[in-house]
Design a protein around this ligand. Structure first.
Ligand SMILES: Cc1cc2nc3c(=O)[nH]c(=O)nc-3n(C[C@H](O)[C@H](O)[C@H](O)COP(=O)(O)OP(=O)(O)OC[C@H]3O[C@@H](n4cnc5c(N)ncnc54)[C@H](O)[C@@H]3O)c2cc1C
Length: 449
């Protein structure tokens, strides 16, 4: 419960336990906050939808809820400037009205532009699209840890690379200028494989000129592959099949799995039921609802919610394409063994995305090569943390790359091994730009500093 509400300015400010929460409405508000450590103690952390799965945004100082900063202006035919607090869905809606879309198929449209460009983003991008939304950023307005407003563009290339996927460690991003483009439909083709077949196809999938998304059901030994091929512009995207897909994958399956998990206490009955339903639903979606889609449709979907009645928890690791066939095998073995020993298993299919090579950010996980991301998901929390700690050991053996805001169970040494010299450079730059550690919280002090 809030202890006290201060009305010293137009900003809504609450002090909760030891945290000051504030919702700035303008760049001037953000400047005032960063300039006043007495009223707004550090660490100062900006958040959008605050949907990360680690403590990356947590603070005992000041939390800036950026969601009131959602201005929108069109700069040119292929660029748009938005407030950092604008949700992807609102932006996608605005763009779609003019036949435009973001470059890349970012899911979970409740996230904010500021949050997504300040971290890695996983999606089934078509080759040639950006690996992460941060790569589409050509300019941003930043309020530095000392409260100075600066424009960061191509004349400051190193700072721009550090702020993209920079987790708010260089200050607060207030506006973002992004590349956009006309809506480009894609055709979805589906395949179903056993794990052993999937392993054989991974090298082809590393090269295919399509976006790659795979649903993994290790206990059924099934993998449902979705390939997204860029269209020629003549294809019409069909809204109804897409909506049914959206509903089935993002509402019906998680809700069913969650309900069965609560109603049926005996795992020998419950788990095959969940697996059978998940496999049948994937087959229905993949075989009967092969559709033409677009990034615009993906981002305006209504059922893809970060917080819904059924809470889905997740954690992701990324792997070099050359090792991913082995990872797929080891992942299945690990799930079966872990279940046998502990009785815990993820009750939702894991999701794989191929992530494009992307050097636009110093901390881009796919900076050195294209990767496959494995997104583990569950509605069952009992045993989840231990599962992730054990999985982190496996991931590290296969050169896994963690994401600071999406990989629960990672250790500082995992980050150092994966990001190496780039992390060293990021740390040097961070110290230059924030010598007083105004934006550095405990989490990043452990993992980066
Ligand atoms: C159910 C579920 C599924 C998910 N699936 C996916 C997925 O498929 N793909 C994927 O990529 N992610 C996924 N995520 C992860 C999550 O959505 C991402 O971490 C996302 O990038 C966060 O967006 P956000 O607005 O919530 O940012 P936040 O979590 O609020 O912020 C992310 C980071 O950026 C910093 N930050 C935020 N705003 C600013 C700003 N204005 N200035 C400076 N720094 C800022 C924060 O301090 C934090 O370090 C999922 C999350 C959930 C809960």
């Amino acid at each position: 419960m809030p202890r006290k509400i201060i009305s010293k300015s137009r900003m809504r400010t609450q002090i909760q336990a030891s945290v000051v929460s504030v919702c700035p409405k303008s760049i001037d508000d953000v400047i005032a906050i960063l300039k006043e450590p007495r009223h707004y103690p550090g660490p100062v952390r900006a958040v959008g939808s605050n949907s990360g799965s680690t403590r990356n945004a947590s603070t005992h100082g000041t939390l800036l809820d950026m969601t009131a900063m959602k201005s929108f202006s069109r700069i040119s035919a292929d660029t748009v400037r938005v407030g950092a607090g604008m949700q992807l869905r609102s932006l996608a809606d605005r763009l779609a009205r003019d036949g435009l879309e973001l470059v890349g198929g970012y899911e979970y449209p409740e996230r904010t532009v500021g949050g997504v460009i300040s971290s890695g983003s996983l999606s089934a991008d078509i080759p040639g699209d950006a690996g992460h939304l941060a790569a589409s950023v050509i300019h941003l307005t930043l309020v530095t840890p000392r409260g100075r407003e600066i424009e960061v563009g191509k004349d400051m290339p190193e700072l721009l690379r550090a702020v993209r996927q920079g987790y708010g460690l260089f200050g607060v991003v207030c506006t973002v200028t992004l590349k956009i483009r006309p809506i480009r439909p894609y055709a979805i083709r589906n395949r179903e494989f056993a794990f052993s077949e999937l392993m054989r196809f991974i090298p082809d999938m590393s090269e295919v000129r399509a976006g790659v998304k795979i649903f993994l059901l290790p206990f059924r030994n099934r993998a449902f592959v979705e390939l997204r091929f860029a269209g020629n512009g003549d294809q019409q995207s069909s809204l109804l099949p897409w909506k049914i897909r959206d509903w089935a994958c993002n509402k019906a399956i998680p809700d069913f799995v969650h309900s069965v998990g609560r109603i049926v206490p005996i795992s020998k009955l419950r788990d095959p039921l969940i697996d059978g339903f998940s496999a049948a639903a994937q087959r229905l979606v993949n075989k009967r609802l092969s559709v033409v889609g677009s990034n615009a449709m993906e981002q305006t979907g209504q059922f893809r919610k970060l917080r819904q009645a059924t809470s889905v928890t997740y954690s992701s690791w990324l792997f070099p394409a050359a090792r991913f066939a082995q990872v797929v095998y080891a992942y299945r073995e690990f799930c079966l063994r872990h279940y046998k020993v502990t009785g815990f298993r993820c009750d939702l299919p894991g999701i794989v995305y191929r992530i494009g090579h992307d050097q636009s950010a110093l901390l881009s996980p796919s900076h050195d090569q294209a990767l496959f991301a494995l997104n583990l998901r569950s509605t069952n929390m009992d045993g989840w943390d231990n599962f992730l700690l054990d999985f982190a050991d496996l991931a590290a053996r296969f050169d896994g790359i963690p994401l600071f805001n999406q990989t629960r169970g990672m250790l500082p040494r995992h980050a150092h091994d994966a990001y190496g010299q780039r992390l060293v450079r990021f740390r040097e730059l961070r110290r230059q730009h924030d010598a007083e550690n105004r934006c550095l919280n405990q989490f990043f002090a452990e993992y980066i500093d």
